[in-house]
Design a protein around this ligand. Structure first.
Ligand code: UGA
Length: 438
């Protein structure tokens, strides 16, 4: 198939290289010349395990190209909208500016046998409005919705071996048949490997994505709420998570208590979902998501309070080492990162904060100049009055408490991700605190 991806950010770039790797001819389009030049030269604009090799291999086949020239889209058949839908600056709603711009820049180059596919996470009703936009411009090409479910850190795996593929098809039978023909061709490799295919209308496909992310966010906030109760009772949330996770109706995943969820997806998706429910007159249906958001934010503030107490009530002249800045390990993404939120809050209260992250150091340096950045955990912890582990990178999980103790000022560890062994750290002379564990 001949496919364009419109938008070469995280989603689009990984999708473009992945689809080229399974034999399609793919053109990645973006308005950002520097990004396009880098991708064309095999330089990934973000940290994603395995993406460097995948990108280079796909470029070497000659099937993957990148450009800022949207007129090239005329020679391709399927156009996949992969742009971001961030939270609006002044509201909880999703900002659809990039989606509209992507469609508008495709319009002059679309032909009726082309198919436009939406992959971005959008409020329900967006596909209908995009069809209207296409028809108003005289374009008859069908549109289908095909949400993505990739996790950062596992983006290639999730693109090439997804848990499921979802098609949101148009109502018109002829348009639906054409869209389905193109989608089936694009995903032939996955469908032959028996990947489950779920088919619905536009609204259903749009809602599948936000429902999935809302459920995941709810699961995390649920266990974090239980962690709060554990802190009031002396119970151990990780043992509770293990025990309830053994019930296969509940399952063990996404029950890791800690400082909560961040990133470019879960926080903004639950807010956009609530905002859309309000517009649709069903505010109460999703009122629980407000509490999910509150629990999540409370965990971050809880760590700030724990740190203040650990420092004897004042941040003045205190040095705090923060291990981790990315919103999760194996990523350099700091959007809505709980770790960075906490580091910034502590710095704002007057502490001398030193952050280190295996992948996000340069991003922190560029975006948060008030935070000092150290090369590794030992450099960050040197002379520290308290150490906070806030992103569970393997190198932090494997830290040697005896060696780290030699460099710190005060051996006090706050483990925001519950990944260190309390007994081992306490034996090595540390005051060890974690989230919802005695
Ligand atoms: C999330 C979803 O997991 C993907 O399925 C979805 O496709 C993606 O959003 C998206 O909408 O594009 P991602 O944002 O990459 O993926 O990250 P997750 O792995 O979901 O982690 C989100 C946050 O939850 C992280 O900050 C992580 O530390 C936190 N988390 C996760 C917990 O605090 N506890 C857990 O048990 C699991």
């Amino acid at each position: 198939m001949r496919i364009t991806t419109v938008g070469c950010g995280y989603l689009g770039a990984v999708y473009a290289a992945s689809m080229a790797s399974i034999g399609h001819e793919v053109l990645g389009l973006d308005v950002d010349q520097k990004k396009i030049d880098n991708l064309a030269a095999g330089i990934p604009p973000f940290h994603e395990p395995g993406f460097d090799e995948l990108l280079r291999e796909a470029l070497d086949t000659g099937r993957l190209t990148f450009s800022t020239d949207y007129s090239l889209a005329a020679d391709y058949e399927a156009h996949v909208i992969c742009v971001g839908t961030p939270q609006q600056v002044d509201s909880a709603r999703a900002d659809l500016t990039y989606v509209h711009a992507a469609v508008d820049s495709l319009i002059p180059h679309l032909q009726d046998h082309h198919v436009v596919l939406g992959r971005s996470t959008v409020p329900v009703g967006t596909a209908d409005s995009l069809v209207q936009r296409l028809r108003d411009a005289g374009v008859q090409a069908p549109l289908a919705w095909n949400p993505e479910f990739l996790r950062e850190g596992f983006a290639i795996e999730d693109t090439l071996r997804p848990d499921r593929i979802v098609y949101g098809l148009p109502e018109d039978p002829a348009e639906a048949a054409r869209a389905r023909e193109v989608l089936d061709g694009m995903y032939a490799t996955m469908l032959e490997a028996d990947t489950p295919l779920v088919v619905g209308n536009y609204a259903t496909a749009e809602l599948v994505k936000v429902s999935a992310n809302s459920f995941l966010a709810t699961k995390i906030s649920f266990i974090n709420a239980v962690a709060e109760v554990c802190e009031a009772t002396g119970a151990d949330v990780s043992v509770i998570a293990e025990a309830i996770g053994l019930d296969d109706r509940i399952g063990p995943k996404f029950l890791r208590a800690g400082i909560g969820f961040g990133g470019g997806c879960l926080p903004k998706d639950i807010r956009a979902f609530m905002a859309r429910a309000g517009e649709l007159g069903v505010t109460e249906a999703l009122a629980f998501l407000r509490e999910v958001d509150h629990v999540n934010n409370r965990r971050r503030d809880h760590v700030v309070n724990m740190t203040r107490k650990a420092l004897g009530g004042s941040f003045t002249d205190k040095r705090i080492a923060v291990l981790g800045a990315a919103f999760k390990p194996n990523s350099d993404d700091t959007r809505q990162s709980p770790a960075l939120y906490i580091a910034s809050k502590l710095s704002g209260r007057g502490a001398d904060v030193v952050v280190t992250d295996p992948a996000a150091n340069s991003r922190v340096h560029a975006e948060r100049p008030n935070l000092a950045v150290a090369e590794d955990a030992y450099a960050a912890a040197t002379g520290a009055d308290v150490v906070l582990l806030l992103t569970e990178w393997d190198e932090f999980k494997q830290l040697d408490p005896v060696k780290l103790r030699e460099v710190v000022g005060t051996p006090h560890m706050i483990d925001g991700r519950n990944v260190l062994d309390p007994a081992q750290w306490r034996e090595a002379g540390w005051t060890y605190q974690s989230m919802g564990r005695p």
